[in-house]
Write a protein that binds this ligand. Structure first.
Ligand code: GLN
Length: 481
């Protein structure tokens, strides 16, 4: 039997019921990874360690031990999250040979459940990008159509879930990097509320926006993963001390009376016609099944993308300052003096997009421009926060497309970064206000490419997102329909 196509919950049950060993499942996953290697979803493999953990799980289960749901289940981790003893490259030449010296908190949590980590996923360099084309190790391909991008920056994570190389993956999302690739690869991706999941041990892009979250093939699998990784972490100052629900058992079977807000401004941002049709059908579906559709307004939404690129680049320029050839990673050869070492190292170690962000970040923070750009962007952030607060007085969730288009062709937008940035026009505002949001498949375009629907929730209300997404998946169809 082929176990790779099962959901996380299905395979976990089979492993726990001893219908199959974790070793057998892990071996099948390894074979699948090798057979689909040309997708370039993974930067490195962790097969030896994976097999060890799988065997350990089998022994414990055989001995009658009660283990958590993730025990023995193969998963993939984005390559900007530290896993002790594995390379954490951020898909950058700068960190090509960097080996993690500790586990990120999310990894400690997954390991405490005996999850089987099979590999580290390809991504846009330092998580900057929307297509995975900014990887120093070559682009990852879309698992449904390999002439297209998988989205980014968590492209490898989404691709590996969509290509059945694992049952779940961790991604990170600063402006859409979990949700947009989830949408492009036809899988489920959730960006948790800011502070819900610890960022300790995750290489920072923009600290005030970054969150780690799960990508899975079903909504319920996603809920299981979030319960496993969420929670307060004293090692992380922005981590929220809010109890973690059992998200799976909190998913409700009815959506009656839930209020779904539709912001007219979202429809003015410009989405493809197939996307618009799928979104309108989904709205109709929810309405017919007892949800209430309410019109709301997010009047400053068109300012979000500009504010995002100022705030995120400002933070990135500071974060990336540490990659100087002295402390971490790559060091250029043949330098004259210290300054020359910095310059050569950074010139050779960083790719084009990362350099663009560093320059933009330094510019908006420099004296003389700080007030005109950075301060203004923070004001826009405050306006957006108010818009969302007002909207959430009238509804439980907001609904939009995840991205204005389906997965585009490789190379289609790589020379036009403004076009590329627009892929995140619906996702970026969510990071700016700190809300949680989920993307799940809601239809396909005329070429059979998946279309993602985004639901945005009130802070710490991931449960309502899961309820609505699960209802859609169970009654109208998810990835495989
Ligand atoms: N695509 C956006 C960017 O390039 C978002 C990236 C992310 O969420 N990490 O900044």
């Amino acid at each position: 039997m082929d176990y790779t196509k099962l959901s996380l919950l299905e395979v976990s049950k089979k492993i726990h019921d001893r219908e199959v060993t974790s070793l057998e499942v892990t071996n099948q996953i390894i074979e699948r990874i090798k057979a689909t290697e040309k997708l370039n979803a993974l930067n490195s493999y962790n097969f030896d360690e994976a097999i060890n953990v799988a065997k350990q799980v089998d022994e414990m289960l055989d001995a009658g031990k009660d283990l958590p749901v993730l025990a023995g289940v193969p998963i993939v981790v984005k390559d900007n999250i530290n896993v002790l003893g594995t390379k954490t490259t951020c898909s950058s030449k700068m960190l090509e040979n960097y080996v993690s010296v500790y586990d990120a908190t999310v990894i400690e949590k997954l390991k405490s459940q005996y999850a089987v980590i099979v590999g580290k996923a390809n991504m846009d360099e330092f998580a900057m990008g929307s297509s995975n084309e900014n990887s120093a190790f070559g682009p990852c391909l879309n698992p449904i159509d390999s002439t297209r991008v998988p989205g980014g920056s968590s492209g490898g994570s989404a691709c590996s879930v969509g290509a059945y190389q694992c049952y779940a993956a961790l991604g990170t999302d600063t402006g859409g990097s979990i949700r947009e690739p989830a949408s492009f690869c036809g899988v489920v991706g959730l960006k948790p509320t800011y502070g819900r999941v610890s960022r300790y041990g995750v290489v920072a892009f923009a600290n005030s926006l970054d969150q780690v979250g799960p990508l899975t093939r079903t909504v319920k699998d996603n809920a299981v993963m979030l319960s496993a990784i969420a929670g307060y972490d004293e090692k992380e100052t922005t981590s929220a001390n809010v109890p973690v629900p059992n998200y799976l058992s909190e998913i409700k079977n009815s959506i009656k009376g839930l209020k779904i807000g539709i912001a007219k401004e979202f429809f003015a941002l410009g989405m493809d016609i197939d996307v618009e049709i799928a979104i309108k059908n989904a709205i109709e579906f929810y309405k017919q099944n007892g949800a209430e559709i309410v019109d709301v307004s997010l009047k400053n939404i068109d300012l979000a993308l500009s504010a995002y690129y100022i705030i995120s680049s400002a933070e990135a320029s500071s974060n990336l300052g540490r990659f100087d050839g002295i402390r971490y990673g790559y060091r250029a050869q043949g330098y004259k003096d210290l300054v020359d070492l910095y310059v050569k190292t950074r010139t050779e170690g960083f790719g084009k997009e990362v350099k663009r962000r560093i320059m933009l970040g330094n510019f908006v923070l420099s004296s003389g421009y700080y007030d005109a750009y950075y301060k203004k962007a923070k004001k826009v952030q405050a306006l957006l926060q108010k818009d969302f607060e007002e909207a959430f007085k009238q509804c439980d969730v907001l609904l939009s497309p995840t991205s204005p288009s389906v997965a585009f062709k490789l190379g289609e937008k790589s020379n036009d970064h403004i076009k590329m940035y627009l892929s995140d026009v619906y996702t970026v505002p969510v990071n700016i206000v700190g809300s949680p949001a989920i993307s799940f498949p809601c239809g396909k375009d005329s070429d059979g490419m998946p279309i993602g629907l985004q639901l945005i929730g009130k802070k710490f209300d991931e449960t309502t997102l899961y309820t609505l997404a699960n209802y859609f998946e169970e009654h109208k169809g998810g990835q495989n329909e």
